[in-house]
Design a protein around this ligand. Structure first.
Ligand code: GLC
Length: 541
């Protein structure tokens, strides 16, 4: 295992949704033993760290993000021993593992909430946020806009309203209660003691409420997050926190603190701009957001990503851009959800290797540790007829047998994709393993190349392209021993381009037979939607 304490700054993360990964016992649910069986596959992709989505006990009203026992495991996944074995087997293969930490809320089935709603004198009453009216905190937005009208729900039994930023089945915990602070730290200690390497911390902007604010990113929230980081550094040195804050770059910046809050933070605003740049054949919005992205502390890193288990969120774009994204990428209304798009990577980009290549190139060459979503490496499709976000959470397609080889059950938790273009009959791991040009082997190669370049992994970013219309997007990544010019032709026509290179011989890392002598005003011809990772040859002697 990479023992560099800053390993996470240059790592490939792979997100696993346990329910849909591999079912080892034929009950229709993915499980821990199933994941164990597929760990060699995950490692062979180039994964350094697995992000394991929620495995806690849950009534599944929000697919495991509604936790009814923070110390329990969801039974169909297996036992705690199975989970411990999974952690061990991941480590044995030289990978790390982080799990989801849901601080903001629990399930309404959690004994804390059950006791709180029943008994006003219960100590758990104060674990939640209650009110006699539903008019407090008016400045707060609603996140699940398609299905929720209020962040307050009346509870008959309690005779009061309770506060929730997500579904009513997910009451928010009350961070004004110090007992909640300790309670959640103990939950963290429990899992860290089992040997995990850290957490992907869910929905962190919403921990505290203060009248007259938007109730996001409050100073009190940052103070608590710093407190948990301090605990982790002291008691579990080397463990990491990855921040899910769907916010503007300047607000996410705050979650890195002075290097004493989160080590990693998803770059939410970049993600939709990658799709916009490819769709519009103009990367100006991407350049702009990257230029608005503040510097972060030395020990921190961005997490770049294209898709995940949620809708492709359009919260961090303007209304005009949102309408454009919907019209372009979600022409049918079933493709839309809340302020986003519930589709997978390959269908979004027309199954077109060139467009998908641009997208991966961007997350592999802009500063950050890329996070890949299971199934995107083989080009899985989606099923927009399924409820909520389930359409992008369907079973992993391992081979062309029943249920795509995911399960032998007659009925699986979610149906596997079977349509002609993306169904498991045609899109599956087994078939792609043997084909050197398959989506899987192509991506493996890209990952290998990215990992071999010091500059792409940890170099400084320098912009070459600016301007109001960016057809050719070019930037430099520079580290102590490595220099790479990254160039994308975003358009679908050939481009002729002049670039000032620092003198040297440059070789494309993707197509090593392409070599140029770089100098001032070097002329380049770029085919449509092509990208170069031009690395300067080291001078010999
Ligand atoms: C995060 C998760 C999402 C979940 C929500 C509430 O945004 O990614 O899936 O619904 O938090 O926990």
């Amino acid at each position: 295992m990479n023992i560099n304490p800053l390993w996470y700054k240059n790592a490939i993360f792979y997100q696993i949704y346990p329910r849909s990964f591999y079912d080892s016992n034929g009950d229709g649910y993915g499980d821990f033993q199933g994941i164990i069986q597929k760990l060699d596959y995950v490692r062979n992709l180039g994964t350094d760290c697995i992000w394991l989505m929620p495995t806690y006990k849950s009534p599944l009203k929000d697919d495991g993000y509604d936790i009814s026992d923070f110390y329990g495991v969801f039974e169909p996944f297996g036992t705690l021993d199975d989970l411990k074995q999974l952690f061990n087997e991941i480590h044995q293969r030289g990978m790390r593992v982080i799990t989801d930490l849901v601080l903001n809320h629990c399930s309404d089935q959690h004994p804390w909430f059950q006791s709180a709603r029943k008994d006003p004198n219960s100590k758990y009453r104060n674990y939640f946020v209650w009110s006699d009216t539903d008019t407090k905190y008016q400045g707060t937005r609603i996140i699940f806009v398609d299905s929720q009208e209020s962040n307050w729900t009346w509870d008959e039994e309690a005779g009061a309203y309770y506060w929730h930023r997500f579904y009513p089945s997910q009451p928010d915990l009350n961070y004004d209660n110090p007992e909640v602070h300790e309670e959640m730290k103990n939950v963290m200690r429990y899992w860290l003691n089992l040997g995990i390497d850290g957490f992907r911390a869910d929905a962190v902007p919403y921990l505290f409420e203060r009248e007259g604010t938007i109730n996001e990113n409050l100073p009190e929230t940052h103070a608590y997050l710093k407190e948990i980081r301090k605990m982790m550094d002291l008691e579990f040195p080397g463990t990491i926190l990855l921040c899910e804050a769907n916010q503007w770059p300047r607000d996410v910046r705050e979650y890195f603190g002075d290097g004493d809050e989160f080590q990693l933070g998803f770059h939410f605003p970049l993600m939709p701009r990658i799709f916009m740049s490819i769709g519009k054949q103009d990367a100006s919005s991407l350049v702009q957001i990257m230029q608005e992205t503040p510097e972060i502390p030395e020990n921190c890193q961005w997490s770049t990503f294209l898709r995940n288990h949620d809708e492709l969120t359009l919260e961090m774009v303007s209304e005009e851009d949102r309408q454009w994204m919907w019209a372009f990428y979600a022409p049918q209304k079933e493709m839309r959800l809340n302020l986003g798009i519930r589709r997978r990577l390959y269908p979004l980009l027309d199954n077109d290797r060139k467009k998908i290549g641009l997208a991966f190139s961007l997350i592999f060459t802009l500063p950050g540790s890329p996070v890949l979503y299971y199934g995107d490496e083989i080009g899985m499709g989606d099923n927009i007829n399924l409820f909520d976000r389930n359409g992008v959470r369907t079973p992993m397609q391992w081979d062309d047998t029943k249920n795509g080889g995911f399960s032998t059950a007659d009925r699986t938790y979610l149906p596997a994709i079977t349509d002609e273009k993306y169904g498991y009959q045609n899109v599956n791991v087994m078939q792609q393993e043997d084909d050197p040009d398959s989506n899987l082997n192509w991506l493996r190669r890209l990952i290998r190349i990215r990992k071999a370049s010091e500059a792409l992994g940890e170099g400084e970013l320098e912009w070459i392209t600016t301007g109001s219309e960016v057809k050719v997007l070019a930037y430099i990544r520079r580290s102590e021993n490595d220099l790479v010019y990254v160039i994308h032709n975003m358009s679908d026509y050939p481009m002729h381009f002049q670039l000032d290179f620092e003198p040297g011989i440059y070789t494309d890392l993707i197509q090593p037979d392409f070599t140029i002598a770089g100098n001032r005003d070097t002329e380049l011809d770029l085919n449509p939607r092509i990208f170069y990772w031009l690395q300067r040859k080291k001078s010999i002697g």
